[in-house]
Design a protein around this ligand. Sequence first.
Ligand SMILES: *Cc1c(COP(=O)(O)O)cnc(C)c1O
Length: 384
Amino acid sequence: MERVKKILRERRESGTFRALMPLTKRDAGIISFQDKRFIDFSSNDYLGLSGHPRLIDASREALNRYGTSSSASRLLSGDLDICHTLEEKIAAFKDKEAALVYNSGYQANLGIISALCKKGDAVFFDRLCHASIIDGILLSGCRSFRFRHNDMNHLESLLQSQRRNFKNAIIITETIFSMDGDKALLGELVGLKEKYNAMMLVDEAHATGIFGSNGSGVAQEMGLNNKIDLVMGTFGKALGSFGAYLAGTKEMIEYLVNASRSFIYSTALPPAVIAANIEALDIVRDEPERRERLLENSQYFRDGLRAKGYDIRGESQIIPLIIGDAKKAIAISEAFKEQGYWALPIRPPTVPANESRIRFSLTFYHTKEVLTKLIDDADRILKI
Ligand SMILES: *Cc1c(COP(=O)(O)O)cnc(C)c1O
């Protein structure tokens, strides 16, 4: 098709072409690509749980007991009892009445938003929200308003000017923004939600397992779980597994079981995955030092780069180094690769034009020694 050729050509010319890079090995934060080893700064295995013996054992046991597949949608015969165990644990973890497991965060956002928002409703969402949130809004077909990142005045002016035009309003934000590593202003958002009688959905994909005294997320850290209607998050990042969840009222979960198409029309997660998810929640409870160390090291890394004069945003384990031009970001990423760091360029359309960046995703495996060397190497690479 002519369009296909044209788009591929444009992508190549503008430095935004993407290609897959098959790895031959992944072990304890080290990956192998084309016979070379790299320290991985691109994974979301924040707590290092993907290789944790307890997760592996739990998976293996479920595999032996239930086989490899759930073999059907939850509404048919795919509804294993362990999935309910997992949902009860999530509800307690999030201090909510009930929870629902989705097959991935992408499917969760698609299924939740499209089931909740209908014609006549309006969605207000942060400009930096993840593609899965945007796709959920598009699928819902309702009107949507994008507010400038963490700009509460902008959000309020939109709510104010639209308040006579919608039946229901829903405010959506991530709690830790995936490309900038900063936090949402949850307290202010809850204030506006209450003032304008809106609902609120937060995406804790990058916060689950890391923030809050029990590792539940930023909503818990700020004492706002009971003020936020819907809290979603994933098992594929800090929890070292796969899948996603939504926590909310019992009524809301009953509704989604009946109305959320990405939940209804998809085979349930494999039992080995469900079992690993359960175990991951127990490890978050049992080993708080993992998240404490991660946040401490993230601060150390940010401070180190700032001391060298770089302007570093954020307050999480996601640390962006803004480069600007997409092609320059590629060249810098290549220089990092030559030094043994797998730190990839993030380019438009994932981030705004002229905000291409190297995004460092810190994990349990990045010790202070590794980070100290990286700070020096980064400074050298960026000065070239
Ligand atoms: C990764 C991510 C998702 C998607 O989750 P998956 O389980 O990987 O599909 C959703 N929202 C945000 C903010 C994410 O970063």
